[in-house]
Design a protein around this ligand. Structure first.
Ligand code: ATP
Ligand code: MG
Length: 448
């Protein structure tokens, strides 16, 4: 970014600063700040104000400050604010209005990061594009993303996450998107939102700041959204594999890529799964709305790169194929990944390692047990890991089936790894999925 000290101070009602010194970056981690930066002392486990001196040491020339002014440092610019987080958001909004890119916002229970990356790849074929880095999708991460956007940015693609009602309203009002998309209404964070109806309502908050003449892209196969869009002034595009105003027909699927037709044009994405074709439909709709040509949409989708650890193909030491999807998990996503692997044409056996899906609330056990509907004799061995997965173990062992099932408690990760290593044959395909908190990355590392 590029803002002057004077500009920033004025925004917070301090007119005594005449400095034209350029602030070139902001950070809330004092270890990350570089010279010419503004430090943002957020309250975390420890109050960021305790790290202002360290930030100065690392090159910060200015800091926000919400404590007593008499305790403030005297060797750097101190901008007094009532609330540091609110100040970060206010500054982001100011900078966004100044750069004034077209904004696309993406939310949904699953597939936000994937869709954001696909959309940005499509936009980047024609526009100077910036996007949410990694998964910085909340009320700190989104303003942080905005403030790191280059001054000549033409299109900004933002991932918006939430786990409580009200959060998306805040993000959408700040970003004022020209176009917004909802990937899917799943069960993530159902604990806080009560029901899928509650989740659908909360996702629709993405329209709070959406331009009145903007575009909203939503799944066609989600009846819960239907009553929520009737009074919206915005244009609406619904997408789906077999229904909606925008549909795709899958023509070819292999381990590395999926090919599909939209209208009469063929598109390829370097990832598997029908759900990723749906994500691509969103990128297509948003790209088209911003004026990207079909040829460029094709090129952007073909070249997009998946953020690490989300459905990654790796090779095991013995040559077996590993599908690592260990970053997060909820029932919708786990079911889809199991279905995708079931349908995959492979030479050898199929194995699955499934760890607990966390934060599912009172119905957690049932939701785990229901994964049994996605597991049949196309799989040979199932490894279950964690206390919640005990419910799936019970469901699977009651089923009349050919595959073998093992269950391990959380503390027995070493045994789990040992057994997988003993079982895994060079021609096998093995999928691993579970919540990040279950640490399946360690299992993947042990296999590759
Ligand atoms: P987070 O809430 O952690 O930010 P996210 O919404 O950004 O997650 P991604 O990181 O893009 O989601 O994808 C996570 C996993 O969700 C994928 O690995 C895949 O298993 C599943 N997934 C991706 N897209 C979809 C989709 N459209 N519908 C359902 N599941 C999906
Ligand atoms: Mg994400």
């Amino acid at each position: 970014m590029k803002l002057t000290v004077k500009e920033i101070a004025t925004l917070f009602g301090q007119n005594e600063f005449q400095e034209e010194t350029i602030i070139s970056t902001i950070e809330f981690d004092s270890r990350k700040i570089t010279s010419g930066g503004l430090f943002v002392p957020l309250a975390g486990e420890r109050d960021g104000h305790d790290f202002v001196a360290a930030a100065k040491e690392n090159g910060a020339v200015a800091t926000f400050w919400s404590r007593d002014l008499k305790d403030a440092p005297t060797d750097m610019v101190v901008i007094l604010v009532a609330d540091v987080l609110a100040a970060l958001q206010t500054l982001a909004q100011y900078y966004l209005q100044k750069v004034n890119p077209k904004v696309a916002a993406i939310t949904g229970s699953n597939g936000k990061t994937t869709t954001k990356d696909m959309t940005a790849a499509v936009m980047a074929t024609q526009f100077k594009t910036y996007k949410t880095q990694g998964n910085y999708n909340n009320n700190i991460g989104m303003p942080y993303t905005i403030l790191h956007m280059p001054t000549d940015c033409e299109v900004l693609v933002l991932e918006m996450g939430m786990d409580h009602a009200g959060e998306l309203t805040e993000l959408s009002l700040l970003a004022q998107p020209d176009a917004a998309a909802i990937t899917i209404i799943g069960e993530a964070h159902i604990e806080n939102l009560g029901s899928r109806t509650g989740i659908a309502k909360a996702k629709m908050e993405i329209t709070a700041g959406l331009k009145r003449d903007g575009l909203l892209v939503i799944p066609a196969d989600e009846p819960l959204l239907t009553p929520l869009i009737v009074d919206l002034p915005q244009k609406i595009t619904t997408f789906g594999l077999d229904r909606g105003n925008l549909t795709a027909t899958i023509t070819k699927e292999d381990k590395a890529k999926t090919t599909f037709m939209i209208h009469k044009t063929e598109y390829t994405i370097p990832v598997i799964g029908g759900y990723n074709v749906k994500n691509a439909l969103i990128a297509y709709a948003l790209g088209k709305y911003f004026g990207v040509s079909p040829q460029n949409i094709q090129r952007g989708l073909a070249e997009f790169q998946l953020t690490k650890n989300r459905t990654e193909w790796l090779a095991a030491k013995n040559g077996a194929q590993i599908l690592s999807d260990v970053y997060n998990a909820n029932p919708t996503a786990m079911g889809l990944v199991l279905d995708t692997v079931s349908n995959l044409k492979t030479d050898g056996r199929k194995l699955a390692v499934l760890a607990d899906m966390l934060e599912l609330g009172p119905d957690s056990k049932t939701m785990h047990a229901n994964m049994a509907y996605h597991i049949d004799d196309r799989f040979s061995v199932i490894f279950l890991y964690g206390s919640e997965m005990k419910a799936l173990f019970n469901a699977l062992t009651q089923k009349d089936s050919q595959f073998t099932v093992y269950h391990f408690d959380k503390e027995n990760k070493a045994e789990l790894i040992k057994l997988i290593q003993a079982e895994l044959q060079p021609t096998d395909t093995i999928v691993l999925k579970g919540s990040n908190g279950m640490g399946l990355t360690e299992v993947v590392s042990a296999l590759v």
